[in-house]
Design a protein. Sequence first.
Length: 138
Amino acid sequence: MKKVGDRGFTLIELLVVMIIIGLLASLIAPTMFHKVGESKQKIAKAQIEMIGTALDTFKLDTGKYPTTDEGLKVLWEKSSNIPNWDGPYLPKPVKEDPWHNPYVYKSPGEHGNYDLLSYGADGKLGGEGENKDITSWE
C-alpha cells in the first residue's frame, strides 16, 4: 500500500527540469569551450618553450642547432652523423601541437637561430583568437 509521501515525479516535472538543465548548459558551454581553446594555446606555448630549452642544450653539446632537414627528431633520436650528441634532450617526442598538427621548425630562422611555431587551431599561417600562430620569438 502506498503512503502519501511515496509518489514519483510527473512527466511535466521531468521535462521542466530537463529544460532548465538545457538552458544552463547553453549559457555555460560557450564559456567552457573558450577556456579549452585558451588552454590549448597555453600548452602549445609551454611545449615551444620546452623544445627551445632542448634545442639550446643540443647546441651546447654539438655546437650547432639542428638543421631544418634534421628537424626536431634529433632531440630524442641519435643521429650517427652528429658528434657529441648526448641526448635524448626531451623526455618523450613532441611531434605535434595540441591540435595534432606538426610543429614547424626552420634553422637558420628568419627571427633568430631557429624558428619554431604552431599554426594554431586552423593549421594555417596567420589568424586571430584560437587560430593565432604560437611562435618561439614572441
